[in-house]
Design a binder for this molecule. Structure first.
Ligand SMILES: [Mg+2]
Length: 412
């Protein structure tokens, strides 16, 4: 899933509190507010975000960089003021998928994007809305079944639904945008085209940094803004599964992706899988190379993958061996496959990042019996043997395939 984040706000109302920094970088509980928005996107399975920036945009680029957690971050620079609508039109050009989320970078609304994505529809925009007993600080929307029939300005008091600033749009609706360059997505497009709008009701945490009272509240509540979301992962063995197994490999010069692997990793991400490498590296215990060498190689693999739009969320390795010569690493451990220690570590990592991994809906692929046994021991729903005829009839495997990409003939 992809998202456009509107991060061009001037923060006029926050000026007293934040000077000379873009509104989305205003600190909340010690971190730039935008990081909470990005954390939210990552927990929801978004793999690429385009930040639409203008005022001091370079500062945002310097702070966030080109990758945040496992998300690829692109930037759309607004040279002249375009309004939210014009900024979205430009940023959508950098998106590759048919449906794209659009969010305000100064708002966190903890709507479940995976659920919201199910409401996508050709030619339509889905707006996440929230019910409030007192809507006085916000404009409201009037719902009728699945639709949004009208928008209302801020008013004194009363209950109702507010627009949470989280949208899912068919990318092609930009063709119906107003002809002018500078326009508001909400006022000049959504409000005048309510026939294309659907609602998605969520009672998730909501905070709008542009509203001073909300900004005050953020300090206390933002840390728990994102509730855990259910996700799935693919666990990939390394040597013999993603690269040619040359035996105790640790130099980038010896690293060669097997056919279809970068494409497969990109496709896994597109289908909503987090990608985790789990690899036994007894060469560390045997004194052939160090954990630092593994780290350097991982950096190389990541750089090569990024060139193709793919990315690995998490690299895990087991450096131990019961007969190792390096004392520190000589032991019977729980992480060496077929032990499930690395899967447990992955569960913890994702939990810390707001994701509860559903192992039954997850996938494992490996070229050795011990990989497949690991998968079964951990309760992973689908285990595929790949690229090694010796494991073709493994009782631990649900399937045998020659090339990793072939897996997509069998999984969703
Ligand atoms: Mg292997």
């Amino acid at each position: 899933m992809e998202a456009v984040v509107l991060a061009g706000g001037l923060g006029t109302r926050l000026r007293e509190k934040v000077n000379n920094i873009p509104k989305v970088l205003a600190p909340a509980a010690g971190r730039p507010f935008l990081f909470y928005v990005l954390d939210y996107l990552y927990a929801n399975g978004v793999t690429k975000a385009v930040l639409a920036v203008s005022y001091l945009g370079e500062q945002i680029q310097k702070t966030v960089g080109g990758v945040y957690k496992g998300m690829i971050i692109d930037y759309s620079f607004e040279k002249t003021p375009l309004g939210t609508g014009g900024a979205v039109r430009e940023a959508l050009k950098q998106c590759g998928e048919d449906y794209v989320f659009v969010l305000n970078g100064d708002t966190v609304f903890d709507a479940d994007l995976r659920e919201m994505y199910k409401k996508r529809e050709k030619g339509k925009a889905v707006l996440a809305v929230k019910y409030l007993e007192n809507t006085s600080r916000y404009g409201t929307v009037v719902l009728s079944d699945e639709k949004i029939v009208s928008f209302k300005e801020k008013r004194e008091k009363g209950k109702g639904y507010i627009n949470g600033g989280v949208y899912l749009v068919d990318k092609n609706i930009s063709g119906a945008f107003p002809g002018k360059e500078n326009f508001s997505l909400e006022n000049d497009f959504f409000q005048k085209n309510t026939d294309i709008l659907k609602n998605f009701v969520s009672d998730g945490y909501f905070i709008d940094m542009g509203i001073p009272e909300d900004y005050e509240t953020a300090e206390k509540t933002i840390k728990n803004a994102v509730s855990p979301k259910m996700g799935k992962a693919v666990f990939l063995d390394r040597d013999g599964t993603i690269n040619e197994n040359t035996g105790h490999l640790f130099k980038k010069e010896d690293f060669l992706f097997l056919e279809t692997v970068p494409d497969a990793i990109r496709e896994f991400r597109k289908r909503g899988y987090y990608v985790v490498v789990i690899t036994n590296q007894a060469g560390v215990a045997k004194g052939l190379y160090t954990e630092k060498d593994i780290e350097i190689l991982n950096g190389y693999i990541q750089t090569e993958l990024l060139k193709t739009g793919a990315y690995i969320d998490l690299f895990l390795h087991c450096p131990h061996h019961p007969e190792g010569i390096v004392e520190e690493y000589r032991k019977n451990c729980l992480c060496r496959k077929p032990g499930t220690g690395m899967i447990q570590k992955a569960l913890e990592y994702f939990k810390d990042n707001g994701v509860i991994l559903d192992l039954k809906n997850s996938v494992l692929a490996g070229d050795m019996e011990s990989d497949l046994e690991t998968g079964k021991n951990a309760g992973i729903g689908f285990c595929a043997g790949v690229g090694n005829k010796k494991i073709e009839n493994s009782s631990y495997a649900d399937l045998y395939i020659d090339k990793l990409y072939d897996i997509f003939n069998y999984i969703k």
